[in-house]
Write a protein that binds this ligand. Structure first.
Ligand SMILES: [Zn+2]
Length: 228
């Protein structure tokens, strides 16, 4: 009965094998996608900020130009040389400031193309990765669905098999199946445990041959049966 149960449990374990690795694989892929999307959004912010900065500088330049024009007009109305010189100084100061702003603005405009290209590349990398991730998710869900269906069918067979097995023995078997690499019940062949290949004692062999009690391997604790 335990052997039949073990066969079913091995079937379930093999159906679950791929499923167990899915969450870790999905988390790994999601992390990669998140990182690419974070980079893309950072690049986009850079483009937007650059555009806003350019606009602000252009506005400042236009403001300076208007001011220079206004002061230039005032030059015609000054009455003495001192006032004339002072006004010229004022214009020079504004012009200097304006030229500095324009240099800065030209520098930002020069960067614009590069950061836009960087953003486009980053956005494409993120979009490509998202497509791959979504494909993976769809396949993972499909696999889960089909495997869970198959497992449910085997579980029904399993439930029928556990009936009639003493609860204590079933508990021992279940624990062993989990900790002994899906092999809790093994044959004893020519006095050797086929789970760990250690020799069993003469006493245990006699008990096995007696066939009236559960005999476990003294080395690996697996449940033994006599190979006929
Ligand atoms: Zn053993």
């Amino acid at each position: 009965m335990l052997l039949a149960l073990q066969k079913v449990d091995q079937e379930i374990a093999s159906l679950r094998k791929d499923l167990d690795s899915l969450p870790a694989e999905e988390a790994k892929r999601r992390k990669k996608l998140d990182e690419l999307e974070r980079v893309a959004s950072e690049k986009k912010e850079k483009v937007v900020k650059n555009e806003l900065d350019v606009r602000a500088l252009e506005k400042a330049i236009a403001g300076s130009d208007a001011e220079i024009k206004k002061i230039n007009e005032r030059l015609n109305t000054v009455r003495n040389n001192a006032e004339y010189q002072a006004t010229l100084f004022q214009i020079e100061a504004i012009k200097k400031d304006r030229d500095g702003t324009q240099d800065e603005c030209l520098k930002l405009l020069g960067n614009q193309e590069t950061i836009k290209l960087e953003y486009t590349a980053a956005a494409k990398a993120a979009a490509d990765e998202r497509a791959v991730f979504e494909q993976f998710q769809a396949e993972a869900r499909k696999l889960e669905q089909s495997r869970n269906g198959a497992i449910a069918v085997v579980q029904q067979r399993r439930a029928a098999l556990t009936e009639g097995i003493p609860p204590d023995l079933l508990t021992d078997y279940t624990r062993m199946f989990g900790t002994r690499n899906a092999l809790a019940v093994v044959a004893c062949e020519n006095s050797y445990c086929q789970g760990c290949y250690n020799k069993i004692t003469t006493n245990d062999l006699a008990r096995l041959m007696g066939g009236s009690s559960i005999v476990t391997c003294g080395s690996c604790q697996r449940i033994l049966f006599l190979q006929k």
